[in-house]
Design a protein around this ligand. Structure first.
Ligand SMILES: Nc1ncnc2c1ncn2[C@@H]1O[C@H](COP(=O)(O)OP(=O)(O)OP(=O)(O)O)[C@@H](O)[C@H]1O
Ligand code: SF4
Ligand SMILES: [Mg+2]
Length: 341
């Protein structure tokens, strides 16, 4: 990863996460390196099954069983010093509990993953505040009202007493964000937070997340399968395919000049303002291969229109620089192919 002067809050190095199942080993994350600088939005994009959620869950050590970190480092660099390797901590230990929720919070596609159906919204927020800070009930309640106002809940005092089932989909999304932000985290991991809501609500939630990122001076790891959404939201983009980062760089650079054949295919699926109904939106041909049977060489080889026999199926292309703040892992953009032939 390049040394570009940005200060990292999180840096993942050569992360491998496997699921040892009776049907074989799923190599869900297969050597991922990724940085989330302070006060930055890093977008992680890729099709379903590429390993985005498993990467995110590895950070908080909430990988579903039988998933296991096999290798790699997940370094958290708190602004007040004292880098810690989250991969080495006990998932149920005190050190990780102090980071989870307080320093690093996560929101999901389905708000009910993190909200309780049987407790009022206000209690869920005040408990989250009081779990991390010794404030009185009255102060926690005042902060909860302010937070609900921050996330755009109308009549926030009244919403304190609402149950999640009384809220609309968009309002539940906002309540989930309020709970996540209750402890003022330094990093917010947003895993497809708007996939389940309609486009109008999606646009509002995205706007909200962007303004909260700035007002709270947070870093965000924003995950989506939608490249246009990720480009709009992020300063940096990492494109993931079959457990690997295949392209990474400044969002404008990757979006305007995608280099990896996979990113170009993702681009072709983005609806453009200039497109008319007569030009049907391209869909990606084929599916992500089974992560139990990885192809030899480049992970995209089976679907790549530029596949070079004897080159792409011989070894894995290393990620290499193709410009200022732009890297790609493809033999079309490196001299490794010549070196190995
Ligand atoms: N509990 C599990 N047991 C076995 N394999 C799993 C488990 N959870 C995830 N996987 C596998 O890990 C790989 C990565 O899954 P992951 O959920 O990270 O994908 P994703 O990129 O987040 O996809 P989506 O866009 O659908 O959320 C997939 O091959 C998936 O089948
Ligand atoms: S290395 Fe080969 S197969 Fe892989 S993306 Fe590049 S051209 Fe395609
Ligand atoms: Mg996912």
């Amino acid at each position: 990863m390049p040394d570009d002067g940005r200060v990292d809050l999180l840096s993942i190095h050569d992360l491998h996460v496997h699921f040892h199942t009776t049907l074989g080993t799923v190599r869900a994350v297969n050597g991922v390196s990724l940085r989330v600088p302070r006060n930055h939005v890093m977008g992680l994009v890729g099709e379903s099954g590429c390993g985005k959620s498993v990467t995110a869950r590895a950070v908080l050590r909430i990988i579903p069983p039988p998933g296991k970190i096999e290798n790699g480092r997940v370094l958290y660099h708190p602004p007040d010093g004292g880098t810690v390797d989250l991969a080495l901590l006990s998932p149920t230990g005190r050190q990780l509990r102090a980071i989870r929720g307080r320093r690093v919070a996560m929101i999901f596609q389905e708000p009910m993953t993190c909200l309780s159906p049987v407790h009022r919204i206000g209690l869920q927020i005040t408990e989250a505040i009081r779990a991390h800070e010794p404030v009185s009930r009255t102060e926690a309640r005042e902060r909860a009202v302010a937070l609900l106002a921050d996330v755009g809940m109308p009549k926030p005092e009244r919403q304190l007493d609402a149950y999640t089932f009384e809220l609309s989909g968009g309002m539940r999304q906002r309540a989930m964000i309020a709970v996540a932000l209750a402890a003022n985290p330094e990093l917010l991991i947003a895993d497809e937070p708007t996939t389940a809501v309609d486009v109008t609500i999606q646009a509002r939630i995205m706007e909200l997340l962007r303004s909260l990122q700035q007002s709270h001076a947070m870093s965000v790891l924003f995950i989506s399968h939608d490249l246009s959404l990720v480009a709009e939201m992020s300063e940096q983009i990492a494109v993931m395919y079959l457990g690997k980062i295949v392209e990474r760089g400044a969002a404008v650079e990757v979006y305007r000049r995608p280099r990896h054949p996979y990113t170009k295919v993702l681009m072709a699926c983005v609806p453009h303002q200039t497109s008319t109904r007569k030009t049907p939106l391209q869909t990606i041909e084929g599916t992500v291969p089974d992560a139990r049977r990885l192809p030899p060489g480049c992970p995209f080889s089976a679907r790549c229109s530029e596949f070079m026999p004897g080159v792409c199926d011989r070894s894995m292309p290393a990620i290499t620089s193709v410009g200022d703040d732009h890297e790609v892992a493809c033999f079309l953009h490196s001299d490794q192919a010549e070196a190995s032939s």
